[in-house]
Design a protein around this ligand. Structure first.
Ligand SMILES: Cc1cc2nc3c(=O)[nH]c(=O)nc-3n(C[C@H](O)[C@H](O)[C@H](O)COP(=O)(O)OP(=O)(O)OC[C@H]3O[C@@H](n4cnc5c(N)ncnc54)[C@H](O)[C@@H]3O)c2cc1C
Length: 431
């Protein structure tokens, strides 16, 4: 019986495991440092306290409970011997397979920006989203005790990076603040809360068409998001964000959506890392020189039809996961492999509760507003792993979209972060 070891139960690894589940003659071990799959497209809603964390994660054991040939192990992989197709976990265990699939995803990249690692909050994992949610609720509780904090940037959030993640985050934060402005925090003047979206490039949503970019910028501005474009972040401190153009924004909540790189494991594999720290792979996702070792999803640079790398998207990872399972099955069955063909559903982003942009399909048919929202919903529902998750999450999204709830208010992970302003904070903000 052939043994497949998969590292990472995200979109790529999980979909590979699900496809291999139909082949009882294959044994699969799925290793993940968490016991759930996080659904990144909804993390910004958790971070902005619009959704509870358990709406954006699904237990791996539940998703795979019918797959008798798939064994799930919660374990963090720290190193690998690619020649032996073996990995080692942080508790010293080794897993060796006939095939090894590396799908450990991405992590935040602060690009060595001074102070960012210490003071900015990344948004990549469920835990990151929970930390941001807690920081937001802490800031509101602190301002309720001491309303003057709102004048000192205590309710100012700076989102760094105006790609889809940053744009969605900034729009959702404004939505969340508007929802909370209904008598929840009686001593807080929420009109003093401010959201900035900053980026070194001159427009939001760089990968989108100029029409989508200007629609998104207009919708953000209508919500009250202040755009600071065309100037890179020079430094982040406990109390300020300093921009290259010399301006400063006084802020207590800094959210980093400014870039990604392959997760740490990529640096412990003994191979040269490519662009973004990712592994360069052959067209069939195998790592050159290591037969039987695959790298995919956000962990790999996957070339598209035109030879350019495909973007780090859930649909790329999901399709790559299914393809590599088929590739492994083909090898076992002695069938020649078919080339990978990415089915491009397009790119889309939610700008806020009633605003979305979508560029659908390979030819990028442009949509905005409710119809773009519907496209977003359809594509993202298809990314959910099980029917139950699809129905449950669709209902939650619909409730959130059409309903008028006040969002999450339970602060169960206080950071102990004191919201007081010392002497070093007294420099003047130019914001
Ligand atoms: C905030 C945000 C929003 C996004 N929104 C969208 C969107 O709307 N649409 C879209 O198409 N894409 C979106 N993306 C991109 C998409 O989420 C990724 O492209 C996709 O998750 C990549 O899948 P993956 O399987 O490669 O990695 P992941 O889904 O990240 O899975 C990697 C898995 O590996 C595990 N892991 C990592 N290191 C180790 C280790 N050392 N040992 C064991 N396990 C490990 C992790 O716990 C994780 O479960 C978004 C990304 C982010 C960050």
């Amino acid at each position: 019986m052939k043994h497949v070891v998969i590292v990472g139960g995200g979109f790529a690894g999980l979909h590979c495991a699900l496809k291999l589940a139909s082949r009882p003659e294959v044994r699969v071990t799925l290793l993940d440092k968490n016991n759930y799959q996080q659904f990144q497209p909804l993390l910004y809603q958790v971070a902005s306290a619009l959704l509870a964390p358990n709406n954006a994660a699904f237990p791996l054991r539940d998703v795979l409970h019918r797959a008798a040939n798939v064994d799930v192990k919660m374990a963090e992989v720290v190193s690998a011997d690619l020649a032996a197709r073996a990995v080692r976990t942080c508790d010293g265990q080794t897993y060796q397979g006939d095939y090894l699939l590396l799908a450990a995803g991405s992590e935040v990249n602060f690009f060595k920006t001074p102070g960012a690692k210490e003071h900015a909050l990344p948004l990549y994992s469920l835990r990151d989203a929970e930390v941001i949610q807690s920081r937001l609720l802490e800031a509101l509780e602190a301002a309720d005790r001491e309303p003057s904090l709102a004048d000192k940037g205590g309710l100012t959030a700076v989102v760094v990076g105006a790609g889809p993640t940053g744009t969605e985050m900034a729009g959702a934060l404004e939505d969340a603040l508007q929802r909370m402005d209904r008598g929840l925090y009686k001593n807080v003047n929420l009109s003093k809360a401010k959201v900035y979206l900053v980026d070194m490039v001159h427009h939001v949503l760089s990968a989108f068409s100029p029409k989508s970019q200007s629609y998104a910028a207009r919708k953000l501005a209508e919500r009250g998001v202040e755009l600071r474009l065309g100037s890179a972040v020079k430094e982040v401190t406990a109390t300020h964000v300093l921009l290259e153009d010399g301006s400063q924004i006084r802020a207590r909540i800094v959210i980093w959506a400014g870039g990604l790189k392959a997760s740490t494991l990529a640096g412990h594999l003994g191979v040269i890392q490519g662009h973004g720290g990712r592994l360069d792979v052959e067209p069939d996702f195998t790592v050159k020189g290591f037969p039987g070792v695959y790298a995919l999803g956000d962990f790999a640079n996957i070339a598209g039809k035109d030879g350019r790398a495909l973007p780090q998207l859930a649909s790329v990872a999901q399709q790559a996961g299914r393809y590599s399972a088929a590739h492994i099955i083909g090898q076992i069955d002695g069938k020649p492999p078919k080339p990978f063909e990415y089915f491009d559903k397009g790119i889309m982003a939610m700008v806020g509760r009633d605003a979305a942009v979508a560029e659908v399909g390979e030819h990028r048919h442009e949509l905005t507003g409710p119809i773009a929202f519907a496209a977003w919903l359809g594509v993202h529902a298809a990314l959910l792993t099980t029917t139950r998750a699809r129905i449950g999450s669709a209902m939650d999204w619909a409730w959130d979209y059409f309903g008028h709830g006040r969002g999450e208010q339970i602060l169960d992970r206080p950071s102990g972060h004191a919201f007081s302003w010392g002497e070093e904070d007294e420099r003047q903000s130019t914001a």
